[in-house]
Design a protein around this ligand. Sequence first.
Ligand SMILES: [Zn+2]
Length: 252
Amino acid sequence: MEYAYLHFHAALKDFISPGGRNKAITRAINRKASIKDVIESCDVPHTEIDLIIVNGVSVDFDYIVQNGDEIHVYPDCSTALTESGKPLRHLSPPLPEKPWFIVDANLGRLARYLRLLGFDCLYRNDFADQSIAEISCKTQRIVLTRDRKLLKRKIITYGYFVRTDIPKAQIRETLHRFNLYASLAPLTRCTHCNEKLVSAEKPLIAHRLKPLTRQYYDKFLICPGCNRIYWQGSHSMHIKRLIEEFCRQPAR
Ligand SMILES: [Zn+2]
């Protein structure tokens, strides 16, 4: 039997059980096993990986694992170096300038928070994994999920495994991971259907407003998708406070 030895670094340790995080993981290898398959057999999705260094040399996902290989795997933003000083092959592709998202069926609150902050985010509570993968592949949307199996699908290039299951922490985690603070545009997108809001002439919508709203507000936005009307007072104080809280960039 032949073996390879895998070492996962930095945020990739999140995928390894606590007892195994600081030691090599030994994997029996078949002939012609790609390094992508060997890494994913340890339950680390390829979408989380930026660098793979084998015996001191940077390789890509097609590298065929050899007996005795020492494999070091790093996430994005790592500062790993090859022993030989040869150039590194960064595997995570550059993100689209304006990242947009597709969120799996279990992360509805995260989708709503992303829309609240102005980010284009597709979500349906009956989204099948296959549809999510296909849409992401065709449109280059970033898949956000807590399902590692979904991220292991070959056709997904952009994806992120959301670590926490608490929605408010999920939005902070996403803002931090993709450094979205410069792109925040709160209250510019419909939280129900994801359409970008457009301004509405008050006389044209006045008949749909309650008397006090008509009296005290002059600026309105409307969703071209579902026709909902939004104005300064349409969001509760609770939502406004949440937005303020999300927009505050934590010190690094
Ligand atoms: Zn809408």
